[in-house]
Design a protein around this ligand. Structure first.
Ligand SMILES: *Cc1c(COP(=O)(O)O)cnc(C)c1O
Length: 384
């Protein structure tokens, strides 16, 4: 099976991990801070705080922005469930803003309309979480402009988008957001096994994320309220153990060196897909000129006369490891129990009926893509 995504680990990665295993600290040593510094520098942000995964980062980001039971958080229905669950962890309500069918990203018109409705009904969200689906940034400037009058905070779910650019600047610089979150799960662009990082330009938010991710405890002399002696630490909030290990951070540091090469390769392969698929009746996600995608995923949409499920099954039968990103979150049984129903977000649901993720990772070859596109062409002609 050609997998839809796969990590690329080489000997330098292995050596970096082994070096930490042989050192004094396998967790809470120097590697995490080095990884954080390197990532802040890469994304042009002031601070980066690592955690055990991106889901933990999203949870910490919501907590740092004081999301609680009185609050509502909006995100995209076309995402992994973690984008919405983070708000529920804080006891908050979740609601969604529909997507554009063409690019799968949060629809600016739908956001504008929903903000006006929410203002009239006194239920504006405290935080909005745009999702950079497949590695292409949402229109962050537009989202910032629309939400700023209401002081709505912004967390970018950039789990797919490390290495991507928006308006020629790296995603993660937080120019139009408060916090930006990346994932290092092995299917993502670079990996630490499990892992995530939150970037921000706000020292207060960075401190809060750091502290809440380590039991709510601090040893930072600037933050202590008392001083009992050199052993002293304080628990100032109810936090969690969401720490990344030095073993993982070492892998992250080493992987970060390869990030630009990975992104170039992904873009090159996506371009090749684009030319190969031009003759077929399928539509890749629309790309915007102000964006440079990290191409975490290569998603196509099928024409409506093609049986989606049958096409998907046939591709799998031909050993092509296609996938579907995503089942709309509001259609998950857990979310239906919260009151969401079919019909709530029409574009998200239309997208779900047509979308297929084709394999894309740095070790994929042009001949793999030839095989995938030829197989797809055959299936489409049988299906029509
Ligand atoms: C992978 C992913 C997450 C969660 O990342 P983890 O590091 O696995 O916790 C959150 N949001 C999106 C959009 C993702 O793709």
């Amino acid at each position: 099976m050609i997998p839809y995504g796969k990590q690329l680990i080489d000997q330098t990665d292995i050596d970096a991990v082994v070096a930490v295993l042989k050192s004094d600290f396998i967790t809470q040593g120097p590697a995490v801070a080095q990884f954080e510094e390197k990532l802040a520098s890469f994304t042009h942000s002031k601070f980066a705080v690592a955690a055990s995964n991106a889901t933990a980062c999203l949870h910490l980001a919501c907590l740092a922005l004081d999301v609680g039971p009185q609050d509502t958080v909006w995100t995209s229905p076309v995402s992994f469930v973690a984008s919405a669950n983070c708000a529920l962890y804080c006891g908050a309500k979740v609601d969604f803003v529909d997507i554009n069918l063409a690019d799968g990203l949060m629809c600016i018109k739908a956001l504008d309309k929903k903000l006006q409705w929410a203002k009239a009904n006194n239920c504006l969200p405290k935080v909005i979480i745009p999702v950079h689906l497949a590695g292409q940034s949402c229109d962050m400037q537009a989202i910032k402009n629309l939400t700023a009058p209401y002081n709505i905070k912004i967390i970018e779910d950039a789990s797919h988008a490390i290495g991507a650019k928006y308006q020629n600047s790296p995603v993660g610089n937080c120019q139009y957001s408060d916090i930006c979150v990346f994932s290092f799960h092995p299917v993502k662009i670079i990996t630490t096994g499990e892992g995530g990082i939150a970037t921000t330009n706000n020292a207060h938010l960075a401190n809060k994320i750091k502290q809440l991710g380590s039991h709510g405890v601090t040893r930072n002399p600037d933050l202590l309220t008392e001083d009992h002696g050199p052993w002293y630490y304080e628990q100032q909030a109810l936090g969690f153990n969401y720490r990344l290990t030095d073993i993982q951070a070492a892998l992250g540091i080493s992987q970060l060196d390869k990030l630009s090469a990975f992104i170039e390769k992904r873009n090159e392969l996506a371009d090749y897909y684009n030319t190969r698929l031009k003759q077929l009746a399928v539509t890749p996600l629309a790309q915007h000129s102000q964006c440079y995608s990290s191409y975490h995923l290569y998603v196509i949409q099928l024409p409506s006369n093609v049986d989606h499920r049958q096409c998907f099954e046939k591709l799998r039968q031909h050993k092509i490891g296609v996938n579907l990103h995503y089942i709309p979150i509001h259609l998950q049984p857990y979310y239906k129990k919260l009151g969401f129903q079919t019909g709530d977000f029409e574009n998200a649901e239309a997208y779900y009926k047509k979308a297929i993720t084709l394999p894309l990772h740095p070790n994929l070859t042009r001949s793999d893509i030839d095989y995938i596109c030829e197989t797809l062409a055959k299936i489409l002609s049988e299906n029509a």
